[in-house]
Design a protein. Sequence first.
Length: 225
Amino acid sequence: FNNELQRSEKMEIISELAASVAHEVRNPLQVTRGFLQLMTEQEDNKNKGYVRIALEELDRASGIITDFLTFAKPEFDHIISLNISDEFNHIEGILVPMANLEGGKITTDIPPDLYIRGNSSKFKQAFINIIKNSIEALQGQGQIDIWAYKQDGMIKVHVRDNGEGMDEEALSRLGEPYFSNKIKGTGLGMMVTFRIVEAMQGQISFTSTKGVGTEAVVSFVEFVD
Ligand code: ADP
Ligand code: MG
């Protein structure tokens, strides 16, 4: 028991540190990206190949921050009562523009009276990673539907897309660190999501059909005041 306590304290310190670093590192990354971008636009740029690689690597660094630390805040794990609808309003604000860029649409159907207990930043991180994958999987006429409801003392959230889908192998490797089929993937998004859901004593499952789409179901114990 004692060891466990120490371990969770250590984990807390590590995640605090990571959140602060992510926060501080993001801005200089963006500034560097801006200047490199300007360089690629210069005529007679003998170093174009190097600059291109530098840009790609910067994007990889940003991808890692997005998958891990989009909502990380330098604050101690703050467990509160979360209103699912409020959380998704915030998530939508970030993801709807991203979906629109890919020519996709997001619908949400979440009743206002669903509550669980958890950390708001981590909850949002878990779902942003799921929904970002859905957006990245979309092909023309992309559609993502998100809905939630109560069932037997649990709150269930579904995220369904009509994207490219996964075969059995991809489905079974989901959540494995560094497993990615994307050129610019980190392969960390689902690992982070699985860990957050587990830490919140929730459950997550995926069904998918190649060429048809994917559906994630995440459930948490309902919080009754
Ligand atoms: P990344 O997005 O960086 O590749 P993830 O851990 O988020 O890493 O996802 C791992 C892999 O799982 C993706 O590369 C993709 O092949 C597959 N995947 C996850 N979600 C979906 C989805 N909704 N539709 C199709 N493939 C998906
Ligand atoms: Mg991802």
